[in-house]
Design a protein around this ligand. Structure first.
Ligand SMILES: Cc1cc2nc3c(=O)[nH]c(=O)nc-3n(C[C@H](O)[C@H](O)[C@H](O)COP(=O)(O)O)c2cc1C
Length: 373
């Protein structure tokens, strides 16, 4: 396995270097401060039950995207090759995602990476979604067995990232859409200037405003922004100035002077809305992933399809920015599917070509942060 890309990335993100190189020095993840030493010990204990390749597989799985980068996944090692994969309540987002819809999609993305990475390391993953509701913390039972290697450039998982800025307005080409989504995947591409495209831009912006001024949602966002390097190192999850694409002097300024309370100030909210306005006006269009059922299993499969696409866009220089507010806020959430002509929507994304693809910058917890024996 080629590790150069990863090393290059690690060197540019101080927090992750520390956690990866010296895992025992980082006691707690996800803000679960109750029993820091105990948590770290449990994670370290679980790791002893995994071989090096299994650890690499979990590391790659955790490169998956998640709402607010909460990294909701947990892995419980119940026996050799037997992992129960679930979610951690403290990493749910009840204010914006009370139904755990996005949590399930993130878990699907994690599973897609897991299955692909396992294949690349010569393992087959069989799994069963055991949860009947998205709020059950034990979600999936897996059985991992040795199998023929399925070649896959796993660096694509390390290179994937959400890209919010710098999209140009050129429409996506049909060939590129088909190549990244796969022909029968169900994704619908909506050009920015079509009637539906204009509706999606307006609905997304208006829902963004509504969510920004809904205090509960903004407080929750504030809980997941890691402004300082110190906070970034201690949590290794959540959003950072770099991952929100606040760069240069502005990035330095907010990293030095902003704190939780800043997110609740009117000026911060107004700037966020102004940025959303710019974003919805600058893209090639939208990708909609319809949903075929409401069960955890249906959402996990949608999350897998979302990630399968996400792993292919970089080579086509297509940026993907999930914008989920219109699926979360009324009245838009009640009308949007019908406006697009589908029954339900799993995911809504803004898409567009970019000239240069930025390197990934979002934080990740090391595997001992989410793995337990
Ligand atoms: C289910 C889901 C919903 C998301 N919703 C949004 C969103 O509404 N706005 C946004 O800017 N990013 C959204 N994201 C992107 C995450 O913030 C991003 O994946 C996370 O910060 C990790 O960064 P990365 O994708 O670059 O690794 C979403 C991601 C997922 C998986």
């Amino acid at each position: 396995m080629n590790t150069t890309t990863r090393r290059g990335f690690l060197l540019t993100t101080g927090g992750v270097v520390l956690a990866t190189a010296l895992p025992r020095l980082v006691p707690a993840f996800g803000g679960d401060v109750a029993n820091e030493a105990g948590e770290a010990a449990m994670g370290a204990n679980a790791l002893r039950r995994l071989d090096e390749e299994e650890r690499a597989i979990l590391g790659l799985a955790s490169r998956a995207p998640s709402g607010h980068n909460t990294q909701p996944w947990t892995v419980r090692i119940t026996g050799p090759g037997r992992w129960t994969i679930g979610t951690e309540r403290s990493r749910w987002l009840p204010a914006v995602d009370p139904g755990n819809h996005d949590v399930m999609l993130s878990m699907g993305a994690f599973m897609e990476n897991l299955v692909i990475a396992a294949g690349a390391y010569g393992r087959r993953v069989e799994y069963r979604v055991i949860a009947k509701s998205p709020h059950e913390t034990a979600l999936i039972e897996t059985r991992i067995t040795r199998a023929d290697e399925i070649a896959y450039p796993v660096d694509a998982m390390r290179a994937r990232r959400t890209v919010r800025n710098g999209m140009n307005k050129r429409e996506l080409e049909r060939g590129d859409i088909d190549s990244v989504t796969g022909k029968h995947s169900g994704f619908i591409y909506i050009p920015r200037l079509s009637a539906e495209g204009k509706y999606l831009a307006e609905a997304t912006l208006e829902a963004n405003k509504a969510q920004t001024w809904r205090n509960e949602a903004q407080e929750e966002l504030a809980d997941w922004i890691r402004w300082s390097k110190k906070e970034q190192r201690s949590h290794l999850n959540g959003l950072t100035p770099a991952s929100m694409e606040i760069t240069g002097m502005a990035g330095w300024y907010v990293g030095s002077f902003f704190e939780r309370q800043s997110v609740l100030e009117n000026s911060f909210r107004e700037q966020g809305i102004a940025m959303a306005k710019k974003q919805v006006d600058n893209c090639g269009g939208w990708l909609v992933l319809p949903l075929t059922g409401n069960s955890p299993a249906a959402l996990v499969e949608a999350g897998r399809a979302f990630q399968r696409m996400g792993l292919r866009v970089r080579e086509k220089m297509i940026a993907v920015h999930p914008m989920t507010q219109a699926l979360q806020e009324a009245p838009w959430k009640n009308e949007i599917a019908a406006r697009i002509g589908v029954r339900k929507i799993a995911m809504l994304m803004r898409v567009g070509y970019v000239k240069s693809y930025p390197a990934p910058v979002s934080l990740r917890m090391p595997i001992e942060g989410f793995t337990r024996a």
